[in-house]
Design a protein around this ligand. Structure first.
Ligand SMILES: C[S@@+](CC[C@H](N)C(=O)[O-])C[C@H]1O[C@@H](n2cnc3c(N)ncnc32)[C@H](O)[C@@H]1O
Ligand code: SF4
Length: 396
């Protein structure tokens, strides 16, 4: 990061951010055993024996060092090691990576450190070694417990390996997450119920469950599978919410359910328009300065990323968020939360007065999509179910 860039970020501007929001660190690890046909994440097929682990870690360290002036003196409250399949990295590599981070940033004493792990990518005791390296929370990418659906999703694991991975996560970590998807090709309501029943039997403190979407530029976009109709997908979501809340979980975000005390701090911060520095191939950052909010994207291709990061310049794009886009960017995420947002956070994090969102809020309230008092705005049940309508109002 050239000194001139920092000066550019710090120069005067029309926004007035009264305080900087909490800061998180995202680290992208881009390789997977096999590319799934529905996945548009920045993930690339690689055999673990061919992974340039040490060089990638060198690149991450160089990337972080170059970014340090942008977060100088700020405490980091969470780290999220996402992918790709981070659990393909050896525990020794994760240990080195977290030591490199700790040596360079001020990490909060109670920082949440999440690692995404795929079933079928670990041998016994690997999770314990991740724990010893400083990972506090494991996120297990299960997707389904039905072997036929796992096959249709192109997953490398079966249901037995998924259960074994979750049991190992429960034994090794004080908290963990299961990732599931629903509205899968050919899935019935009964099969969805069986997936949720199996997930609940494993007593996860946190569950993320996403509607399978067909993303552009994926194999499924070219050869679309037959997925359940919209009304069935809605019925599935209702069942998911009923079944999870019956076990004491709370739906605190559109796709996230947690037992008390087990919300994901990292994602929570993201939804609340908190700051995050993202390092690694294709990683995104959102960083605040007294007079502007900046977004950055790292080079996406892992090889190019490593070359560029090691040469001190991993950033492919960087732009200031336009003043006119800030209200939408803030609300897009904040309205995903059941608790909505505090009005004072809107002012603090966008640097804009409340009057900029008064009109869309009035309209959303008139349509029964949000409720508000003097302190907070939150989506109503109807607003939660019709989130894209609500977001479109803010966009308009
Ligand atoms: C970054 S991905 C990777 C996690 C891990 N590699 C895995 O696949 O298990 C995080 C989660 O996004 C969800 N996801 C990925 N592609 C999706 C899609 N097309 N539709 C819905 N959810 C998706 C999956 O549940 C996945 O676990
Ligand atoms: S394992 Fe996860 S990140 Fe990798 S291709 Fe599949 S869904 Fe994408």
């Amino acid at each position: 990061m050239a000194v001139t860039d920092i000066q550019r970020y710090l120069r005067p501007g029309t926004l007035q951010l009264s305080a900087l929001p909490p800061l998180a660190l995202y680290i992208h690890l881009p390789w997977c055993l096999k590319k799934c046909p529905y996945c548009d994440f920045n993930s690339h097929e690689m055999q673990p024996s061919a992974m340039p682990e040490a060089r990638y870690l060198d690149a991450l360290r160089a990337d972080l060092e170059a970014a340090l002036p942008l977060i100088w003196g700020r405490e980091v409250h969470s780290i999220f090691l996402g992918g790709g399949t981070p659990s393909l990295f050896s525990p020794e590599a994760i240990d080195r990576l977290l030591s490199d981070v700790r040596a360079r940033v001020k990490l909060a004493a109670d920082a949440e450190v999440t690692l995404e792990a795929n079933p079928g990518t670990f041998e016994k005791d690997r999770f314990k070694a991740f724990r010893a390296a400083g990972v506090t929370r494991l996120s297990v990418g299960v997707q389904s417990f039905n072997d036929a659906h796992l096959k249709a999703l192109g997953r490398v694991h079966d249901a037995g390996q998924a259960i074994a991975a979750v049991e190992e996560a429960a034994a090794s970590f004080e908290t963990f997450n299961i990732d599931l998807m629903y509205a899968l090709p050919g899935q019935t309501l009964e099969q969805l119920e069986a997936d949720v029943t199996q997930a609940m039997a494993l007593m996860p403190p946190h569950l993320s469950i996403y509607h399978l979407t067909i993303e552009p530029n994926t194999y499924f976009a070219k050869f679309p599978p037959v997925t359940p109709p919209e009304d069935l997908a809605y019925a599935m979501l209702d069942r998911i919410t009923e079944m999870t809340t019956a076990t004491g979980m709370e739906r605190y975000e559109v796709s996230a359910y947690a037992k008390p005390g087990h919300r994901c701090w990292h994602n929570w911060n993201y939804w609340q328009f908190g700051d995050y520095l993202g390092i690694g191939a294709g990683a995104h950052s959102k960083l605040s300065f007294p007079h502007r909010v900046v977004r950055q994207v790292r080079n996406r291709d892992p090889k190019l990323y490593m070359d560029k990061a090691l040469a001190g310049n991993a950033i492919a794009q960087d732009e200031e968020v336009a003043r006119a886009d800030l209200p939408f960017e803030f609300m897009l995420n904040a309205l995903r939360l059941a608790e909505g947002f505090a009005l004072q956070d809107f002012v603090a994090r966008t640097g804009l007065p409340l009057s900029t969102i008064e009109q869309p809020l009035q309209e959303a309230q008139a349509k029964g999509l949000v409720a508000r008092d003097f302190e907070r705005v939150k989506p109503t049940e109807r607003g939660f179910d019709f989130l894209s309508d609500l977001q479109a109002l803010v966009l308009a």
